[in-house]
Design a protein around this ligand. Structure first.
Ligand SMILES: Cc1cc2nc3c(=O)[nH]c(=O)nc-3n(C[C@H](O)[C@H](O)[C@H](O)COP(=O)(O)OP(=O)(O)OC[C@H]3O[C@@H](n4cnc5c(N)ncnc54)[C@H](O)[C@@H]3O)c2cc1C
Length: 192
């Protein structure tokens, strides 16, 4: 894994960007909003502070930019951007929130999933409607860190994304301690 595109500069996208940089992976991040602020728990973090943090880590950030087209070519994903540039990536991370355009493009309306080919969703982009009200921002951060950690392990993309799906589910169930969590984990194991 050499180069990753992150679509969306919210908590999930930023966490993933920093985690990926820690493993020496090149990261391009596009954020559609020109007035880029990160919202969580009623707190606003100023754009320039965040931008300084991710740029210091070596992330290439483009604000006011989205994508026009995304084509999974098997060995890479070809992306065309709204600023008339294009690029090729080993992995595209959809961190573009509850109304995720990446989710729409990859899974279509009504379908669900976390990854397909070389595209993966994190944070609010995974579900149109929250399944864990009040814990969404923590989930977005955990997703970003977990994805960065797995990308650093240098395994084939399909294997890595399958592990991401499993470990993400484990993290969610791990919150449910006691008999309910044990029962859910056991049901999950029996299904797989
Ligand atoms: C009023 C309010 C209160 C909340 N309270 C809580 C709370 O108490 N506890 C809690 O845990 N969570 C809370 N949340 C939810 C929390 O803010 C989100 O779960 C969290 O921000 C998700 O992070 P994310 O990075 O997945 O998505 P987002 O924060 O939505 O970030 C997505 C980013 O992608 C950008 N983007 C969108 N489309 C594109 C595109 N096509 N191309 C490029 N960029 C794009 C957006 O501009 C945005 O910056 C609250 C949310 C709101 C609105």
């Amino acid at each position: 894994m050499k180069k990753v595109l992150i679509v969306g500069g919210g908590l999930g996208g930023l966490s993933a960007a920093l985690a990926l940089r820690q493993h020496g992976i090149a990261v391009d991040l596009i954020e559609a909003s020109r007035n880029w602020t990160v919202q969580h728990d009623g707190m606003l973090i100023q754009e320039h502070a965040l931008r300084a943090m991710v740029e210091e880590a070596g992330v290439t950030v483009r604000v006011g930019v989205s994508f026009v087209e995304m084509r999974d070519l098997g060995r890479a994903v070809g992306v065309r951007f709204t600023d008339n540039t294009s690029g090729g990536y080993d992995l595209v991370v959809g961190a573009d929130g509850a109304d995720s355009k990446v989710r729409e493009v990859v899974f279509g309306n009504g379908q669900q999933g976390i990854h397909k080919g070389r595209v993966v969703l994190i944070g609010d982009a995974v579900h149109a409607i929250s399944t864990h009200p009040g814990q969404e921002s923590a989930q977005a951060v955990k997703d970003g860190i977990l994805l960065g950690e797995l990308c650093g392990q240098r395994m084939p993309v399909e294997e890595m994304l399958a592990a991401f799906g499993v470990r993400r589910a484990d993290l969610r169930l791990a919150k449910l301690a006691g008999p309910v969590g044990v029962a859910l984990r056991s049901a999950d194991e029996q299904r797989s």
